[in-house]
Write a protein that binds this ligand. Structure first.
Ligand SMILES: Cc1cc2nc3c(=O)[nH]c(=O)nc-3n(C[C@H](O)[C@H](O)[C@H](O)COP(=O)(O)OP(=O)(O)OC[C@H]3O[C@@H](n4cnc5c(N)ncnc54)[C@H](O)[C@@H]3O)c2cc1C
Length: 491
């Protein structure tokens, strides 16, 4: 493309969201992607055997369903279907018991015995106010919330560590459910804000559900890429951008990369103060992931686990908390906390008839090259005796493999930066607008900016809106962000 108006580096969900937002504003957009296929953390591939489609990174998409950016796309017109498992998440315990979140708060509470009332008290106000809460969590912190009282109530509760919030629940099932959801923060559960992760993911389980994409997450990217190219944009693959000065001249440059990469790409062009601040940016722990081809479903002991799209495998809150504390202290847990997704529960197209794919990872210290597959399989076997006999093939990626696969996963950190309190207030640095860099016309649009990791495209949308405003291009009001949370589970 001769003389693009806007250049985007990186074609992850945020890079493509930025590209599409710029293209919708009438700009000629060129995207440079280092890998041979677009998509970043949203790709699908036959990692094990022919006919088995595995999500290489993201698999479960409550954030995409809640995202105003994705709501601005007619996904159905692109043939993309989000399939919502009946049980969003289950959390097995020894002895065949399990906590499970499905449908409404009342339905879930009904299975929590002595915790029924406490769970309702905790979750009902949040589910009632889900729209303003989702809008707030997917926006930069400086945005004024639509419903300040609901936002403040969520903010105050969410500031608490998950271990403190869990005191409101008493059964092992209720406490384990909260611990599992909070562990998506990849932080020790005694850290502030881990409560917010737990509450947000449980709230989404009751509103959007925790869906998977029929056929695989890559279909979300195919839809995004089709929209970008339909508006005249171009996506150039197999092109790693080492330095900003190798890019064509453009009115705006949006970078779907993390602070460490920006420092390298900018050379000495960034002011010393900003460089120092970017060097202080903290990355989180890594993950070790396993994809399995199975000759049937996982033989979970507990029935709810068999219907769940996601299963959190570790045991009690105390066990989950110990694992996350170990990882943060640089230790590999013997019995790790494992996040398991079983897309075939709702999507048989992922594998040949009767066969299943299984997706799972555990947290590990940053930069780890330890293969955790045996420990992960032992944890699954603990709650699903006979699991190992179902394995046809497996593919393993350590944390260092992830960084080699995508340089945005520094040390294997899949969230492009730790979810600390400081980095929630200032991500990647403390400034009024965190997308703008000190280089005129250069913006960050990755998960290292608000609202952080996950497939929602909102970092890209907000960064592109900043760039458009700087170019004095009016941002159409229907460009979002407007939140309208669907309520499949709330009936
Ligand atoms: C194992 C795993 C499981 C996950 N599970 C989920 C999940 O279930 N649900 C969810 O919502 N999220 C999940 N995530 C997180 C999610 O994938 C990321 O938060 C999301 O993809 C971030 O989007 P992004 O566009 O900011 O960056 P990325 O998706 O990381 O994309 C960045 C892109 O930029 C390219 N790039 C980087 N540097 C350069 C360069 N110098 N030149 C050219 N190209 C470059 C990379 O190749 C990549 O394609 C998971 C991630 C992993 C790894």
């Amino acid at each position: 493309m001769n003389q693009p108006d806007a250049v985007v580096v990186g074609s992850g969900p945020n890079g493509l969201a930025a590209a599409l937002t710029m293209a919708r504003a009438g700009l000629r957009v060129q995207v440079f992607e280092g890998a041979s296929v677009p998509g970043g953390g949203c790709r699908t591939a036959e990692l094990t055997l022919p006919g088995f489609a595995h999500d290489v990174c993201s698999a479960v998409h409550p954030l995409a369903l809640a995202s105003p950016f994705f709501a601005s796309l007619d996904l159905a017109a692109h043939g993309v279907r989000l399939l919502t498992p009946k049980v969003a998440v289950a959390h097995p315990l020894d002895g065949g018991r399990a906590g499970a979140v499905s449908g409404s708060v009342t339905e879930t509470a009904g299975r929590l015995g002595a915790d029924a009332t406490a769970y309702q008290r905790l979750m009902e106000p949040l589910v009632r106010d889900a729209e303003p809460i989702v809008a707030m969590t997917l926006a930069p912190l400086r945005a004024v919330p639509d419903r300040p009282v609901a936002a403040a109530r969520f903010g105050l509760q969410g500031l608490a560590p998950a271990t403190v919030l869990a005191r409101r629940l008493h059964t092992p099932e209720g406490r384990a459910l909260l611990a599992g959801a909070a562990s998506h923060s990849m932080r020790p559960l005694s850290a502030p804000l881990t409560g917010a992760f737990g509450l947000t993911f449980l709230m989404l389980a009751h509103t959007t559900g925790w869906p998977v994409v029929e056929g695989g997450s890559a279909r979300l990217i195919a839809a995004l890429a089709a929209e970008v190219t339909a508006l005249g944009g171009e996506i150039v693959t197999d092109t790693w951008v080492e330095r900003l000065d190798q890019l064509p001249a453009a009115r705006a440059v949006l970078l779907d990369v993390t602070p460490r990469q920006l420092l390298t790409m900018a050379g000495g062009r960034l002011p010393a103060g900003y460089r120092r601040a970017m060097r202080r940016f903290r990355y989180g722990p890594g993950v070790c992931k396993v994809d399995w081809a199975l000759d049937g479903p996982v033989p979970w002991h507990n029935e709810a686990c068999r219907e769940a799209g996601t299963v959190h495998v570790c045991g009690t809150l105390a066990e989950v908390a110990q694992c996350e504390a170990d990882v943060s202290a640089g230790r590999h847990p013997d019995r790790p906390f494992c996040l398991i997704a079983q897309p075939c529960v709702v999507d048989p197209s992922r594998a040949p008839a009767g066969r299943h794919t299984l997706w799972g990872y555990c947290h590990v210290p940053a930069g780890s090259d330890v293969d955790m597959s045996e420990r992960i399989e032992a944890q699954i076997e603990r709650f699903a005796p006979g699991f190992r006999d179902r394995i046809l093939a497996r593919s393993v990626r350590t944390a260092t493999d992830f960084e080699r696969y995508n340089p945005s996963y520094v040390g294997g950190d899949i969230a492009a930066g730790a979810a600390t309190l400081r980095q929630t207030i200032g991500r990647p640095v403390l400034r009024w607008n965190q997308y703008r860099t000190p280089l005129p016309g250069v913006y960050l649009c990755s998960g290292s900016t608000p609202p952080g990791g996950g497939v929602h495209g909102m970092c890209g949308l907000w960064a592109a809106r900043t760039a458009l405003r700087d170019l004095h291009i009016e941002v159409a009001p229907d460009d979002g962000p407007q939140v309208s949370v669907p309520w499949p589970g709330a009936g």
